[in-house]
Design a protein around this ligand. Structure first.
Ligand SMILES: [Zn+2]
Length: 365
């Protein structure tokens, strides 16, 4: 008789040493201090917890990269933050280590700068002592061309992690909704990533990426328009650019102040997804609603989408909470605000988005 696993299976992707960039789907089970990696397309592996190292990755540290050394080099697992809690509960030290390493890394950065810095730089540090202030200075100065390059770097990273869908009803729907929302001459581009997580994100330079999982969850084009309007607002308000600069560290920031943006582009390419402040999210919701009104799109779609997700969230274990909610704080409060804002919005004439949503949903199945 086999022992039942101590935890429910955790979904993961496995990147074996010397393997391809796409990885292999797997489930993780944890029992008796040993991690069972059950590959969907290969033999199971047993890894002692003691041999693992974990580090966060992704724009908002929404994923964990868990690595171990084995024959042939280093193997790696990618697990979503939303799914990692059973593992964290059993091996808190593994995850605390990842957080510590990150803090130590940023301290080493600062010490290194202090040792290497020239006198003018120290004067500059004294004058411009706050990181916020420095971030503002860099963001103000970044030329649109560089912002575009940073967006392209983020997109290249996304392409490495998941396939971009570039034809078919779902792709056409995203383009059509994007065109309805874009203002004349606005440099926006919309991409559809083949990923099951219910999520979308904005990168600098007008790059908006939406996951196929979000489209599959939406009941109408208006619901998707609500999410895209919110993400476009993040672009417009340069929230992504600001977060990238802010998280890049002082060395990169000083480089950018001196006109060297290469390190910033490299940094952006390492990130997955950004988490913004509650104020930034509120501002993006407000601007998103304005944009929907301009485009004569029913703002109730935005509200409906988040209400549906919240119901999913309420009934789901923590591991199943939609990604778009885990990156967007204060769901209940936000829905209450959206409800009020959509109810009091000026009632201009609405124009339905002419998309056969059944065909879109069908194409994603
Ligand atoms: Zn947001």
């Amino acid at each position: 008789m086999s022992q039942p696993p101590a935890t429910p299976p955790i979904p993961a992707r496995v990147f074996p040493a010397g393997g391809d960039a796409h990885g292999h789907p797997a489930r993780l089970e944890l029992a008796g201090g040993v991690l069972q990696v059950l590959l969907e397309d290969g033999p199971a592996r047993q890894v002692p917890l003691a041999g693992l190292r974990a580090a966060t990755r992704g724009f908002n540290h929404s994923q964990w990269a868990i690595a171990w050394a084995a024959e042939g080099g280093e193997h790696m697992l990618i697990v979503d933050e939303a799914a990692v809690s059973p593992l964290r509960a059993l091996a808190p030290a593994l995850f605390a280590g990842g957080e510590d390493a990150r803090r130590r890394g940023s301290r080493r950065f600062v010490v290194g700068i202090a040792l290497l810095a020239l006198v003018p730089l120290l004067v500059a540090v004294a004058l411009l002592s706050s990181l916020d202030h420095l971030t503002d200075r860099v963001v103000e100065r970044i030329p649109p061309g560089v912002e575009k390059q940073i967006g392209a770097a983020v997109l290249a990273r996304t392409r490495l992690e998941s396939r971009l869908i570039d034809q078919g009803p779902a792709f056409e729907a995203v383009q059509a909704i994007g065109r309805r929302l874009a203002r004349p001459g606005e440099p926006l581009e919309f991409h559809l990533a083949e990923r099951p997580e219910i999520n979308a994100f904005a990168a600098p330079g007008g790059v908006v990426v939406v996951n196929s999982g979000l489209l599959a969850q939406a009941a109408s084009a208006e619901e998707v328009a609500g999410v895209l309007a919110h993400e476009i607002a993040h672009v417009e308000l340069r929230h992504s650019l600001r977060q990238i600069v802010r998280s890049a560290g002082l060395r990169v920031i000083f480089g950018a102040l001196a006109g060297d943006y290469d390190a910033l582009g490299g940094w952006a390419a390492q990130l997955g997804e950004l988490k913004f402040s509650r104020d930034a999210e509120r501002e993006a919701d407000r601007r998103g609603l304005e944009r929907l009104a301009e485009a004569r799109i029913d703002p109730a779609g935005m509200l409906r989408f988040f209400e549906t997700l919240e119901k999913t969230e309420a009934g789901a274990p923590a591991a199943k909470v939609p990604a778009v909610l885990s990156t967007h704080p204060a769901t209940k409060e936000r829905i209450a605000w959206l409800r009020e804002a959509t109810a009091t919005a000026g009632g201009g004439p609405l124009e339905p988005i002419a998309i056969d949503w059944r065909a879109v949903a069908g194409s994603l199945r």
